[in-house]
Design a protein around this ligand. Sequence first.
Ligand SMILES: *[C@@H]1O[C@H](CO)[C@@H](O)[C@H](O)[C@H]1NC(C)=O
Ligand SMILES: *[C@@H]1O[C@H](CO)[C@@H](O)[C@H](O)[C@H]1NC(C)=O
Ligand SMILES: *[C@@H]1O[C@H](CO)[C@@H](O)[C@H](O)[C@H]1NC(C)=O
Ligand SMILES: *[C@@H]1O[C@H](CO)[C@@H](O)[C@H](O)[C@H]1NC(C)=O
Ligand SMILES: *[C@@H]1O[C@H](CO)[C@@H](O)[C@H](O)[C@H]1NC(C)=O
Ligand SMILES: *[C@@H]1O[C@H](CO)[C@@H](O)[C@H](O)[C@H]1NC(C)=O
Length: 719
Amino acid sequence: MNLLIDQYLASVILIIFIVYSYIYPTSYSYDAIITSKQVEKFERSSPLVNEWLVKSYFPNTILQSIYPNSTIPNSDHDISNRIYWDLQQEYDPRLLPSLWINSILNNLKNDHDHLFNPEISLPFSWNSLLGIDRRLKSIEVGMDLHVLNCEKFAEVFGLDYSEFSKSCISLKGSPRNYPKLKITRPVDDLTYEEGRKIIGLSHLLHEAPIPHRLALLGVGPEQSSLIVPLMGLGRVNAYSKGDLNYLISNYLDNISQTKESPSNITNSIELGIELHNLKSWWESIDQPISYKPSQELKYDLFRAMDCHNAMSMDLKKEEFDIDIEQYINTLQDKVSHSYSMEIINDFDKELLTVMTNNIGLQPNFTKYFNEANCIGSHKGSHYDWRFFKQLRYSEYERKAILHRLTRSWLRFANSVGLSTWLGHGSLLGWYWNGMSLPWDEDLDVQMTLESLYVLARNFNQTLVVDLTDDPDNLNNAMGSYLVDVSSNFFSRDNGNGLNTIDARFIDTNTGFYVDITALGLTNASQCLSSKDKRMKELNQVLDPEFIEKDESKTIESEDLKQSLHVKRDQLVNDRNIFNCRNYHFYTLEDLSPLRKTLFEGVQAYVPNGYKAILEREYTRSSLYSRQHEGHTFRPTLDLWIPSGVCKRDVMGNQCFDSEVLLERKHTMPVTLRHREELNRKRDLTLDVVNIKDTEVLPFRVDPWIIGRCLRLQKLLERF
Ligand SMILES: *[C@@H]1O[C@H](CO)[C@@H](O)[C@H](O)[C@H]1NC(C)=O
Ligand SMILES: *[C@@H]1O[C@H](CO)[C@@H](O)[C@H](O)[C@H]1NC(C)=O
Ligand SMILES: *[C@@H]1O[C@H](CO)[C@@H](O)[C@H](O)[C@H]1NC(C)=O
Ligand SMILES: *[C@@H]1O[C@H](CO)[C@@H](O)[C@H](O)[C@H]1NC(C)=O
Ligand SMILES: *[C@@H]1O[C@H](CO)[C@@H](O)[C@H](O)[C@H]1NC(C)=O
Ligand SMILES: *[C@@H]1O[C@H](CO)[C@@H](O)[C@H](O)[C@H]1NC(C)=O
């Protein structure tokens, strides 16, 4: 009875809390919500702020552990100190990347024998990367998280304990503010937002593998990308940030501060300076750089990744056609002939293990990618469960997060040389104005099966940080992304429908993701049931005039069916019909040759037959109708604007809404380029040889930097 009352009370408290948090969202939220009002304020902010805005501060707890006998002055009279004390506790996404770059350069300088010492690696913990400690602190459920073991957690968050206990192990103890539990696998049941946050963070802290390697885009010689293997610190001390400690300590050592009597402790680092230093180092090297293609490597090395293996625009049928058994045999061969002992991250061995462990489970694999399903909102399905941060974002925040997610993905794919192109909603967005549709919550891309194998073998569990833009750009290194390839990536079957996504590129800070699906040659077109709703799309692949013929009264439906079958069998015989696991079908001519273009300002590819593809995946009118999802496309602005805003202004030449004008200002460089590109030639082939030179700088400033700038502004005003 007592227990029941307890439970009842707990739910009441939770409900009150949830209602409260709707009304006062910023009172507990981790970052303040950034709207276009704040963006305008940011753009008007004094350039004086920049002196501090570019600095990433070392947490005082870490400085204290390095200099136990010294105190950092806590003076109210010195503005720099004052700012340090106000910001040192705050999470700063640039801190680790700055230290990484610094450590890499120190290592390079130390090694006089060779340019790339394959032994170089960096320490890593999820806690340092994401500031898990600070995030847990910001979760308020009306009690110290320390009291939450698995049972209590289930009770507080309304989960069925017998089900939940399959994913949860209670811990004997935990530091203050850390829950006394670890989440070992995805939790399927719906739960409250705050519970979801704890589930993801606990999993990262205690259970999630650390990424195998880091891909730092654009910071190698000649703007190539650097690959750096990562090493974990072990789970012994999950709570400490040993990696951050080590990196800061090394940084301070290297600027030769004596530990004994530090009169003047350096308490910050600047990403821009570190990037400039590394860049000058590469420029000072006179030996030729050797690039090793990833596919030829047996295991991870510290290296620069070839940025010159530009992918071919002409796709070949073979790229869609991989015989699994043969592939496994080759892997077995390679593994048995390798004399090496236990190498960490042996590419072939790992892939072989994953494939042989999973192939027997065909076609109904357990779900590989899981989302953050929450009570009372559908939005949770747009976030990976591990990296889930919160449900609600302002429209500006969502666009900005997707903007850098998209750019980082495209740059990563380009630097690896993956044969990949925009698909589905992203392709439709590109068609209209070269950007994502404003109501989209993710990015959709497709690739050849061959590229998926490359991604699986060489880049699964790669943490990607995009540093390609100008070192002084404030948007640099604002995010990191995890490449995660499904353990059943080799299958092209829909099976139980739980695994239609082959890989994801996940924003570790928010859980937003890129859905990656591969196209492969299968017999699925012959097996699709005539009642399947995807049949209509397939029929349009077989006959572009299918819709008209089907509706026409003069063509016998039996004749039509017959001719479709003939066409289908012919394509199968020609090995020229490819599909993803959601049974969208494409021929080589639909896709190839790919067309180079810009998307969200960065080099991207779209399929040759994008119009036909969009017409059959959406509707004929998707290319002409200016009304979608409560938005109206205004051609003068080249933007989708909510239909309720400037209602009568269908062209968009008389809209003076401040948000619209701001959006127009930000997006004009991209939309103008897109318009030019579409108008120049019908077939879009660009005469620009190196489209990279025409890439547009990030045009949506990251919400974090805006927040930090506004806080600094306030501090300065008060001083
Ligand atoms: C710090 O102070 C303690 C006691 O005052 C002393 O024993 C210790 O040697 C000092 N450590 C350093 C690094 O100076
Ligand atoms: C400088 O940093 C490198 C790499 O982090 C480290 O190996 C080296 O020991 C450091 N040098 C000094 C003088 O501490
Ligand atoms: C402290 O260090 C900074 C930068 O390294 C320097 O500009 C400043 O003059 C130093 N102050 C003192 C008191 O040594
Ligand atoms: C990718 O890595 C994850 C985590 O280690 C693993 O579960 C998955 O099977 C891997 N996928 C492939 C294709 O190796
Ligand atoms: C796989 O799942 C589908 C859909 O639930 C089902 O129709 C099929 O029988 C299952 N196949 C096997 C081999 O279990
Ligand atoms: C398609 O079916 C034929 C005949 O049943 C078979 O020989 C072939 O291997 C199948 N192809 C694929 C890609 O499954």
